[in-house]
Design a protein around this ligand. Structure first.
Ligand SMILES: *Cc1c(COP(=O)(O)O)cnc(C)c1O
Length: 356
């Protein structure tokens, strides 16, 4: 199967082969593996030693929920800046855990509007945290986190970022004073397999945090156990970790985040150019897109339904997802994971066949 999806994605043979052994969880081998992965992730981020990395079992949402519940206390107000599905998920987490929060809902087809955020902060002085998404994967919209961080700095707010579909591909300025925590997972731009997520967090914050809201998602306890005993508190996803280590090594060999972004850019350009030749165009303006996932529209003159197209392509071994735009004839195509130019050629050829 070729996965043109937001993840899980196609992985390399080496990454899959790495899982072909069993290791014990309470062993020195696993402690070293855990440490290597943490250093590897911090190296990819280029975040410096003010940060530490905490791994967590589970998909990306687990890390987001853990980050919010572990680092934000009940007394402090949060601003959730949302321009899509994943922003809404952050708000939902705040509701469930009774965290005092405001939600600023923005146009899902554009980047978050920074002057709206600024005005909102002027009017609500109790806000201490801003939580948002770097790349809104549901439609494929890139937010200006650097811009948001500089506003947050002016207001003395701390910023927590969902970088699920952007970590390892898009840069973030970890040295900016107000950025304090970033969450992501193994199975998107890192090209690992699903089952593990992580949070990069400033050491001075995790060393002081003390908000016990959940047992299994408590990043402070998870970190303490790694630091003091080099152990996971609960069963670690051993095979997933072995795969992630290889995926990190492969990214390093490629040249790190910049090289991966360059690779994705080449593939995304090929995708947009060849789709344009068959009359299929992106929905989001170029200035808000990133070479990760792109929503395309099937205009009326093509006379084809997106769900029908997705179904036909699936039978040819090509997996695309419907878009999250309601009442619109659109679909999403990802260009992340272990895919190459010939896979995109095959996708274009297959679409031509279905259309004709
Ligand atoms: C994938 C993704 C998540 C997490 O989704 P899971 O299904 O829990 O892995 C969160 N935020 C964004 C922006 C994502 O792309």
């Amino acid at each position: 199967m070729k996965l043109f999806t937001p993840g899980p994605l196609n992985t390399s043979n080496e990454v899959r082969r790495a899982m072909n052994q069993d290791i014990g969880s309470r062993t020195g081998v696993l402690s070293k593996l855990t440490k290597d992965i943490c250093y590897g992730l911090m190296d990819i981020a280029q975040c410096g030693s003010d940060y530490t990395c905490v791994l967590l079992q589970g998909s990306g949402t687990f890390a987001i929920e853990a980050m919010i519940t572990s680092f934000i206390s009940n007394q402090e107000a949060v601003l959730v800046v949302s321009n899509g599905l994943y922003g809404e998920r952050i708000a939902q987490i705040c509701v469930i855990h009774n965290i005092k929060h405001y939600v600023l809902k923005m146009n899902p087809l554009c980047a978050i509007n920074l002057s709206t955020v600024e005005n909102f902060l002027l009017q609500n002085k109790d806000i201490k945290y801003i939580v948002t998404v770097q790349f809104e994967t549901a439609i494929g919209v890139l937010n200006d986190i650097d811009g948001l961080i500089s506003i947050a700095t002016n207001f003395g707010c701390r910023v927590l970022v969902d970088a699920m579909s952007s970590f390892a591909a898009l840069p973030l300025n970890y040295y900016a004073e107000s950025l304090v925590a970033v969450a992501s997972s193994a199975n998107k731009c890192l090209h690992g397999v699903p089952g593990i997520s992580f949070v990069l967090i400033r050491r001075n914050i995790i060393a002081k945090c003390n908000n016990r809201r959940t047992l299994s998602l408590d990043l402070c306890e998870q970190w303490k156990e790694f630091e003091l005993n080099e152990q996971w508190r609960f069963t670690p996803p051993t095979h997933v970790l072995m795969a992630l280590k290889v995926a990190i090594l492969e990214l390093k060999k490629l040249g790190g985040q910049k090289a991966r972004l360059k690779r994705y850019t080449t593939l995304a350009n090929q995708l947009v150019t060849s789709f344009a030749e068959i009359g299929i165009f992106p929905v989001v303006e170029e200035c808000y897109r990133a070479p990760i996932i792109i929503t395309f529209e099937l205009r009326n003159q093509l006379n084809i339904n997106a769900n029908y197209l997705i179904d036909k392509l699936f039978k040819m071994g090509l997996v695309l997802y419907p878009s999250k735009l309601s009442n619109n004839n659109t679909f999403r195509v990802g260009c992340i994971g272990e895919i190459n130019e010939s896979d995109i050629d095959m996708l274009v050829l297959s679409i031509k066949k279905v259309i004709s």
